[in-house]
Design a protein around this ligand. Structure first.
Ligand SMILES: [Zn+2]
Length: 209
């Protein structure tokens, strides 16, 4: 069973609610009861152990000797033998996950984004038909969009970040003239919103006004 920060928060909330039903129980006992009721685990300790496992599941040690590990899920790099680093990762990991669940969308990680950009560019340049080339350029833009959105999650302004469809309308100036014929198709389908993202930039930022 996968237990994430969301389930842990639900258990804590339930344990609080149980206070009125079981006023004689201590907090630890109520947490155990809530964990069993909500997640079917033996006790809160087991729930937390599974949650710990989830936090570290995508963390891979670096092949270099610099002792830095990277999480393939939230993309945080840290030294796993430093307690403060572990805590920072847990916080960022939880936040990233909760944002993705709320968005109903998980932006691709670095490896996936690079693949989208590479394959997308290739397909946009050499696809057999305009439609296939448009699909290619959308794949490239999805790679950019995912990076912009991941940045917005870490910067805590993800709730304001445009959807992919709106982002496409904003990014056309950055896409540049090499996709001239495809630009026209994209403008027809997604519209054109210049000036929000500066030409040459692929990140969306909230305005300060
Ligand atoms: Zn992580």
């Amino acid at each position: 069973m996968q237990i994430t920060s969301i389930e842990i928060k639900q258990v804590k909330r339930l344990a609080k609610q149980l206070e009125s039903t079981y006023p004689e129980l201590k907090l630890g006992q109520r947490l155990d009861k809530a964990a069993t009721q909500h997640l079917g685990v033996r006790d809160y300790h087991e729930a937390y152990r599974l949650y710990d496992k989830w936090v570290m599941f995508h963390v891979h040690a670096s092949e270099d000797a610099d002792r830095v590990s990277k999480c393939a899920y939230c993309e945080f790099s840290f030294a796993p033998d430093i307690k403060a680093d572990l805590q920072s990762h847990r916080k960022i990991h939880d936040h990233f996950h909760e944002a993705c669940v709320s968005l109903g969308y998980q932006p691709g990680n670095y490896v996936q984004r690079e693949l989208m950009k590479h394959d997308g560019r290739e397909q946009a340049a050499s696809g057999q038909s305009v439609e296939i080339r448009v699909e290619g350029v959308l794949m490239l833009l999805r790679g950019w969009f995912d990076r912009s959105l991941a940045d917005a999650i870490h910067g805590k302004y993800w709730r304001k970040h445009p959807t992919f469809e709106v982002y496409v309308a904003m990014i056309l100036d950055t896409l540049g003239s090499s996709y001239g014929d495809l630009q026209r198709v994209l403008k027809e389908r997604y519209g054109y919103l210049p000036g929000v993202i500066q030409a040459g930039n692929s990140y969306w930022y909230p305005r300060n006004d």
